[in-house]
Design a protein around this ligand. Sequence first.
Ligand SMILES: [Zn+2]
Length: 165
Amino acid sequence: MSTKRTAWADVPCPIGRAIDVLGDKWALLILRNATVGMKRFDQFREDLAIADNVLSTRLSRLVDARLLVRVPYRDDGRTRHEYRLTAAGADLLPVMHALAAWGQRYTEAAEPAEPMTLIHRECGHETNPGDKCVHCGRTVDRQDLAWLRPWRSPEPVPLAEPVTS
Ligand SMILES: [Zn+2]
């Protein structure tokens, strides 16, 4: 088993238990990328510039913790696996948004960039995390949202839907 149990795995404090699962920069960066639809080992490796063995260990841990699920797919006659968000992994969205807001406020990029924004896909305008679009007032579900990260792309990227099992 690649799951490493620590002294924090079953403490009464839920923040402590969550950090036991998530308190590693790679875990959160992998989950950030999975949130915008990244699925394949090679894509994570390239985007994160992470060593194969480190990525492999982190993906296994996230699968063991049931934040990602390993799903087979056929590629050129071979079976390969991709990594998709579970409902628990997808439920980190408010955490990602809180990290984005905190990072925007309290940290600085080496090269100044336009901030990350949340886009309501239906109306195409910026909104805030929440049940209703601040621009058009309509109810907003996960599938209605996209992340606009101008330093990466001028196009907003829709959020990945979790695998339903
Ligand atoms: Zn809207």
